[in-house]
Design a protein around this ligand. Structure first.
Ligand SMILES: [Zn+2]
Length: 258
C-alpha cells in the first residue's frame, strides 16, 4: 500500500515535470521565434532574401523597395521637415547587421502634418542610397514611427572629414558583444547627425533589411555630413559591407525640395 502510494506520487511528479518541460519548451519556442538568418553575402545574401522564408517574400516581389539610386528628382515645393530632437542616453546594440542606437522617447519630426517619433538610428557602410550613381562613405538611417505605426526614415549621407559629435559618442562606446543592449553613461544628440542645410529628397520605399516591408516614407538629406577618419574606420571594421544593392524605381517619383 505504501509502495503503491509512493509510485503514484512519483508518477504524478514525473507528469508534472514533463508538462513543465513541454510548456517551457513551447514558451521558449514562441519567444525565440527567430526570423531566419540573413546576411549581406553568400547563400543568405540580398539576392536570396525573398526566398529564405515566406515572411521575407516582399524583398523579392515588392515594387517599391529601398534603397534607391536618387536620380532625375522632380523639383517640388516641399515644406521643411520640422525636427524636434533632444539628447538621449546612449543605448547601443550591435545586432549582427549594424550598430543601432535606441533613442529615448520624446524626439520627433513633423512632416506632411504628421508626427513621427524617433525610435532608433543605425548605420550602413558604404551608404545604401546612391545620389546620381555615387555612394557616400556611410549613411545613418534615423528610423521614426507615427502613432499609427507608419514608418519614416531620414537618411543622412556621411563622408570622411570633420569629426561628428554623435558619431564620436557612438564609436567611443561600441559594445564588445553582439546582440546585447549596452546602456552607457554617455548621451547622444540626433540633432548632431543632421546637416545644417536640411533640403531633402522624398519618396516612398521599404525597409532595406528583411522583411523589406513597404509603405515607408523616405527622406534623404541632400547635404552630406562628415565624420572623422577614425570613426569611419572603426565602423567599417565592424561592418565592411552592410549595404543592400539599389532597387528599381518602378515608376516611383523622387521629389526634391530646394
Ligand atoms: Zn538602415
Amino acid at each position: 500500500m505504501l509502495d503503491l502510494k509512493l509510485i503514484k506520487k512519483t508518477s504524478f511528479i514525473s507528469v508534472f515535470v514533463l508538462v513543465s518541460v513541454l510548456v517551457h519548451a513551447q514558451n521558449h519556442h514562441a519567444q525565440g521565434h527567430h526570423a531566419p538568418h540573413w546576411s549581406y553575402d553568400g547563400e543568405a545574401g540580398p539576392e536570396h532574401w525573398g526566398d529564405l522564408t515566406p515572411e521575407y517574400s516582399t524583398c523579392k516581389t515588392g515594387l517599391s523597395q529601398s534603397p534607391i539610386n536618387v536620380t532625375n528628382a522632380v523639383s517640388a515645393n516641399l515644406p521643411p521637415i520640422d525636427f524636434h530632437y533632444s539628447p538621449s542616453p546612449l543605448k547601443i546594440t550591435d545586432n549582427g547587421h549594424t550598430v543601432q542606437v535606441t533613442y529615448a522617447p520624446g524626439s520627433y519630426l513633423v512632416a506632411g502634418g504628421k508626427r513621427y517619433d524617433l525610435v532608433q538610428f543605425h548605420f550602413h557602410h558604404p551608404s545604401e542610397e546612391q545620389i546620381n550613381g555615387s555612394r557616400a562613405d556611410l549613411v545613418i538611417h534615423l528610423v521614426h514611427k507615427s502613432a499609427e505605426g507608419k514608418l519614416a526614415v531620414v537618411a543622412v549621407l556621411f563622408d570622411e572629414g570633420t569629426a561628428n559629435p554623435a558619431m564620436e559618442a557612438v564609436v567611443n562606446k561600441l559594445p564588445a558583444v553582439k546582440e546585447h543592449e549596452l546602456l552607457t553613461d554617455a548621451t547622444v544628440n540626433a540633432e548632431d547627425i543632421l546637416p545644417s542645410k536640411r533640403s531633402y529628397y522624398a519618396f516612398s520605399g521599404s525597409l532595406t533589411t528583411p522583411p523589406c516591408t513597404e509603405g515607408v516614407q523616405w527622406f534623404v538629406m541632400q547635404t552630406r555630413s562628415t565624420l572623422s577618419k577614425s570613426a569611419l574606420e572603426r565602423l567599417a571594421k565592424l561592418y565592411p559591407d552592410n549595404t543592400r544593392p539599389v532597387q528599381p524605381l518602378n515608376g516611383r517619383v523622387v521629389e526634391a525640395g530646394s
